[in-house]
Design a protein around this ligand. Structure first.
Ligand SMILES: C[S@@+](CC[C@H](N)C(=O)[O-])C[C@H]1O[C@@H](n2cnc3c(N)ncnc32)[C@H](O)[C@@H]1O
Length: 244
């Protein structure tokens, strides 16, 4: 078995220690942060370009979703599911970057918030999320642009890969090489959060948990990692921050 593996694996991975590390955490062996972010970008680009040609209707967390071309698909990543698992919405709930509307719709269906309002800069995503809310009988509304109302609970699954967007499709996952898009979204969201309110967001080990937590601290939030999940390329984290 070992001999066969030694023949099949690249030279750089040979040696018993390497085998153990590769199988425990494959992400360690897929190059630098930028290389891994580039791989993630291209995997997301390919799936989001190919899949809508053959399939646009999906089941996710017991919801039926219509996800056309250009709209972020939660099925291909783990960030959306991880956010949903950690949701505890209350009062006025706002989602910045609502994509297909999946998180807002889940919040409206499974909790008892006063109101749920999702915002996105992609008009196709806004149209799809309105349709998805209707299909699932959810009392969630969606608007084009950035959030504009004060909220008790804000959800942001931002584009967090530290690479430059090549086009509009990339705005779903690329936060810019300086992560300005991610910073802008978190800054804007925390301004709209009421004191004592909570912001729930995701980040990746490619972005840096400390980096994201420091942005949140500078925005007057008290960040705390509440969950994480490994993927072959990174580790995805959920961070909650209370506004003080
Ligand atoms: C990672 S996707 C998350 C989508 C959805 N919340 C989910 O979890 O499935 C990020 C979303 O943010 C949107 N977005 C990017 N920049 C934005 C901005 N400046 N303001 C509002 N939405 C933005 C994108 O269009 C995309 O729908």
């Amino acid at each position: 078995m070992c001999t066969k593996l030694k023949i099949d694996l690249p030279v750089c991975l040979r040696g018993s220690n390497h085998y153990v590390k590769v199988f425990r955490d494959p992400s360690k062996f897929i190059g630098s942060v930028v290389k891994r972010a580039e791989i993630a970008r291209w995997l997301l680009r390919i799936t989001h370009k190919v899949v809508p040609r053959v399939r646009t209707c999906f089941k996710f967390c017991d919801m039926s979703l219509y996800i056309p071309y250009s709209v972020f698909n939660p099925v291909f990543t783990c960030s959306t599911g991880l956010l949903i698992k950690n949701l505890d919405p209350r009062g006025v709930v706002v989602e910045a970057g609502s994509g297909s509307g999946v998180i807002s719709i889940y919040a409206a269906l499974n909790f008892n918030p006063e109101m749920v309002l999702g915002y996105d800069i992609n008009p196709v995503a806004v149209a799809a999320s309105r349709l998805n809310a209707k299909m699932n009988n959810a009392n969630a509304n969606f608007r084009l642009g950035s959030p504009r109302i004060k909220a008790d609970y804000i959800i942001v699954n931002p584009p967090y890969l530290p690479v430059e967007p090549l086009d509009d499709l990339d705005l779903n996952w690329c936060g810019g090489s300086d992560l300005r898009i991610l910073r802008k979204m978190l800054k804007h969201a925390s301004k709209l959060l009421r004191y004592g309110g909570e912001l729930l967001t995701t980040t990746s080990s490619l972005t840096g948990v400390d980096f994201t937590a420091s942005i949140m601290r500078r925005c007057g939030l008290d960040p705390e990692v509440s969950d994480s999940r490994p993927t072959p390329l990174d580790r995805v984290y959920v961070i909650r921050g209370i506004k003080f």
